[in-house]
Design a protein around this ligand. Sequence first.
Ligand code: FE
Ligand code: FE
Ligand code: MG
Length: 165
Amino acid sequence: MGTKGKEIVNLDVEKLLELLNKALADEWLAYYQYWVGSEVVKGPMRPSVEKELKEHAEEEFKHAGMLVERIIQLGGTPLLNPKEWFEKTNCDYEVPSDPHTVKLLQQNIKGEQCAIQVYHNILEFIKKGNDPITFNMIRKIMEEEVEHEQDLEDLLDDINTKREL
Ligand code: FE
Ligand code: FE
Ligand code: MG
């Protein structure tokens, strides 16, 4: 990896790598939670929910790729064994055993809120040093997590909106 590129970040790189790998575990679990959720989902507004969950799955997958690229640039090793996802995760995994749209949306909203907090904490850590590359990457990911939360809350809101006839 770029020795100079690592030197200038002015942070505890090992600590940063640990934070990035923990976020990587979250992204993979989020990916699968969305992906399998979109396959099993049932109930009101099913087509819209299915589509949104599938899109979010793809976006979480992209986040995982961004994190891995940066981990390698910083001289780290991305988690190589899926077993580690459960050991390292901040946000855990909500089993979609009840496939109702409302339940899946609630579970995924909880996941997004956790992700937003995780990325907020990583940004706070980076602010102590000088690593604009990781900072910008995390900021971009966080923007999408905020959008995800909003999308899911809007869908939940639509499902819960009753019209008096
Ligand atoms: Fe994500
Ligand atoms: Fe997300
Ligand atoms: Mg969306």
